[in-house]
Design a protein around this ligand. Structure first.
Ligand SMILES: [Mn+2]
Length: 711
């Protein structure tokens, strides 16, 4: 094989890519580059006869064996390319940034050698990377003179979810080590009373037997103080065998419920004498996975790995955790009859023995859980409050009832509450379901229980105006029980109502194809990352996408709106056929509307996980940027499917709460970028634009000017 084509396409005086050295590397490695060129794609490169055989995979990798992804064979690259990362300058072949997304060794299956398999057009590869694992197939098709191949996951233990083995966890502190066999557990120190802190997460303490659960190929061990429980808990052992890892070591608690649905030691003892099939293993930590010792990773990353490892199962479950809001969780946990909450420092490694990074905080028992009920979907759904008119059909098409809605919010409460907390709420009430009459309510309705917290949103000197605030599960479910389907929190919190902590860009398609919404989101994502802002992406739950930016305290709505407007206008200027900021639907002409006007006091945007009053019963779902594809379907995330997905992916917005961003820096970076783009395009309107940019640069002091100049 040779790299002439590689050489012919490039000018090595201009691109930083490696020259076509004759470096014949031995072995069998693969590398995947994330190539943010004109179109984002992934380049799979496989060592073959001293060079790298390459495929461009526009849609990236899917662990679902049914997803057959196009992979376009491109020119062979020199072996040295395996280490290349950098920016290929404009005008050069493949201009854009090239980053290593995964790398590792591969084993060729069912073929004597790689050149034979390439010639035959069929590769079965066992990949051993950090993101790509297990067997993958590449099959050549007849289309495009044999340049088009199909790439898909083979059916094995890794098949079935996401695009990333470890759920996007930062594995940089993990160490490649042989499987850990013996380890002492990490134990919580005694804590005094509940607290709230954004650097901590909080879990309910479960009543049961603590076990270190391991799998090593097919051998499962559930090591408790009293010895290995695996022989007595065959169902849990078999579910451990379905973990998405060949080797793993998890920390958790085996729990059995008594007749009232409460975890109990007596029920567990009985189960262990019996067949153990009524027991559930709740896991809360991962110490080892595949080839990696995870103990030095921060807890938050270990939990991401853990989540990604778990199969869909009702016997092997993740313990719910809440970041920051320890007091809220303590209250909910006490209400539900848990004996304690465990506070854990998000950044803490796993250390054997007692540690102050974990604290057990005892709870006073308040009231036991009240009510269990049967949902229309046929599952037993446990709901924490009595539901009025539980059988009323809210979604006639699908048969979902009010009980189903309350049950969804009950299950999703821990995920939603951090995005509702301390904010005035507008309630969208649909007492007769989505086809009945509805009303949008700002003030807390008459007849709402008087224990619901409220906040006065009136400006100084005006009549007081009390809006609901939802800081706990009971309030959430009570508001839903009033007929609320979607809750709309403000973008600012009580105490600082004039200062938003989120900036939002709402991409609304109306008549535009959804694939264009995806394109615009990508362009905005790239633009934001380019100015040092980490954007968060979610579906609106109805037709569009939301790009959300968590803000540091102290900015005004004028600033967040101007910032979003500037971003929107950059996109519209550079892609006038794709996007518009014209509010009038008639003038949008099939273009995607970028709405920045929501960034105002009293305006609201649905937060993650909230249900929408639309036929699909869909919810607003956070997405990873890798999921942003043309075939993304908003209606795939419904009250039925969302909980399992969130349990699998975890809260993709979680880091947003911990890492608010500095708008001043972003505005500065944006105006710098605007002026450099300006230099490369000589335009008649240049002077006017320059004036606009100058006022944007001074946005903190000249907000009015910027708004005036741009309207
Ligand atoms: Mn490429």
């Amino acid at each position: 094989m040779a790299t002439e084509e590689y050489r012919r396409k490039r000018d090595f005086t201009r691109t930083p890519e490696p020259g076509p050295a004759r470096h014949a590397g031995k072995g069998s490695i693969f590398v995947v580059h994330r190539h943010e060129a004109r179109n984002l794609h992934y380049d799979l490169r496989i060592q073959a006869d001293g060079v790298l055989a390459c495929w461009a995979v526009p849609k990236g990798f899917s662990y679902f064996p049914g997803d057959k992804r196009l992979a376009v064979r491109t020119e062979d690259h020199p072996f040295d390319y395996k280490d290349f990362e950098g920016a290929i300058p404009k005008g050069q072949y493949g201009a854009g940034t090239m980053k290593i997304w995964d790398t590792g060794e591969y084993v060729l299956r069912k073929s004597p050698d790689i050149s034979h398999a390439l010639a035959k057009g069929e590769l079965k590869l066992e990949l051993m990377g950090r993101r790509l694992r297990g067997e993958w197939h590449l099959v050549r098709t007849k289309a495009a003179e044999g340049r088009n191949w199909l790439l898909f996951k083979a059916r094995d233990r890794y098949a079935g979810s996401g695009s990333d083995l470890f759920g996007g966890a930062d594995m940089s502190r993990a160490q490649v080590k042989p499987m850990i066999r013996r380890v002492s557990r990490m134990e919580p120190a005694d804590g005094l009373k509940p607290f709230s802190d954004p650097d901590w997460l909080f879990e309910p303490a479960l009543v049961g037997k603590r076990v270190l659960a391991s799998i090593d190929d097919s051998r499962v061990c559930l090591r408790a103080k009293s010895g290995d429980l695996a022989p007595r808990l065959p169902l849990i052992a078999s579910h451990m065998g379905r973990l998405r890892a060949q080797r793993a070591l998890l920390d958790g608690v085996v729990v059995a419920l008594d007749r009232n649905g409460a975890p109990s030691d007596a029920a567990l003892d009985q189960q262990l004498l019996d067949d153990g099939k009524g027991c559930v293993l709740y896991v809360f930590d991962a110490l080892y996975a595949e080839d990696w010792d995870l103990r030095r990773l921060p807890l938050a990353e270990r939990r991401s790995v853990l989540r990604a490892l778990l199969p869909e199962s009702d016997t092997l479950l993740l313990v719910d955790a809440t970041v920051e809001r320890g007091e809220m969780l303590a209250h909910a946990a006490a209400e539900s009859g848990f004996p304690a909450v465990i506070a854990k420092r998000c950044s803490s490694p796993y250390r054997s023995g007692s540690s102050d990074d974990w604290r057990r905080i005892p709870l006073r028992r308040i009231t036991p859980r009240k009510k269990t009920a049967q949902s229309a979907a046929g599952h037993r759904a446990r709901v924490s409050i009595p539901v009025t008119h539980p059988k009323k059909v809210y979604w006639p098409e699908q048969g979902f009832t009010k009980q189903d809605l309350v049950a969804y919010y009950d299950r999703a409460a821990n995920w939603i509450l951090p995005y509702l907390a301390e904010r005035p709420l507008h309630l969208y009430r649909w007492p007769d379901g989505i086809r009945g009459k509805s009303f949008y309510q700002k003030k807390l309705p008459e007849g709402a229980p008087d224990w619901i917290e409220t906040t006065n949103v009136a400006r100084e000197g005006a009549e007081p105006s009390f809006y609901a605030v939802c800081n706990d599960r009971r309030t959430l479910l009570t508001l839903v029980n009033l007929g609320t389907i979607d809750l709309h929190p403000w973008l600012s919190r009580r105490g600082s109502l004039d200062s938003p902590d989120w900036a939002i860009l709402d991409l609304d398609p109306k008549e535009a194809p959804f694939a264009d919404v995806v394109k615009v989101a990508r362009i905005l994502g790239k633009l934001l990352r380019g100015i040092g802002v980490e954007p968060y992406l979610k579906t609106s739950g109805s037709t569009g996408l939301h790009i959300c930016i968590p803000l540091k305290p102290g900015f005004t709505f004028d600033q967040s709106r101007m910032f979003c407007e500037a971003l929107a206008r950059v996109v519209v200027r550079e892609h006038p056929d794709l996007a518009t900021v014209d509010r009038a639907v008639s003038r949008r002409a099939g273009r995607v509307y970028i709405d920045f006007l929501q960034n105002r006091r009293e305006q609201t945007v649905v937060p993650p996980y909230v249900v929408r009053p639309v036929e699909a019963a869909s919810v607003s779902m956070p997405l990873s940027w890798d999921e942003l594809e043309g075939d993304l379907r908003i209606n795939d995330f419904t009250i039925l499917t969302a909980p399992a997905r969130i349990e699998r992916t975890g809260d993709l917005f979680r880091t947003a709460l911990r890492q608010p961003q500095d708008l001043t820096k972003a505005i500065r970076a944006l105006s710098r970028q605007l002026s450099s783009r300006q230099l490369s395009t000589s335009s008649a309107a240049g002077a006017r634009r320059r004036r606009r940019r100058a006022s944007l640069g001074n946005a903190r002091t000249h907000s009015v000017r910027w708004t005036a100049a741009s309207s």
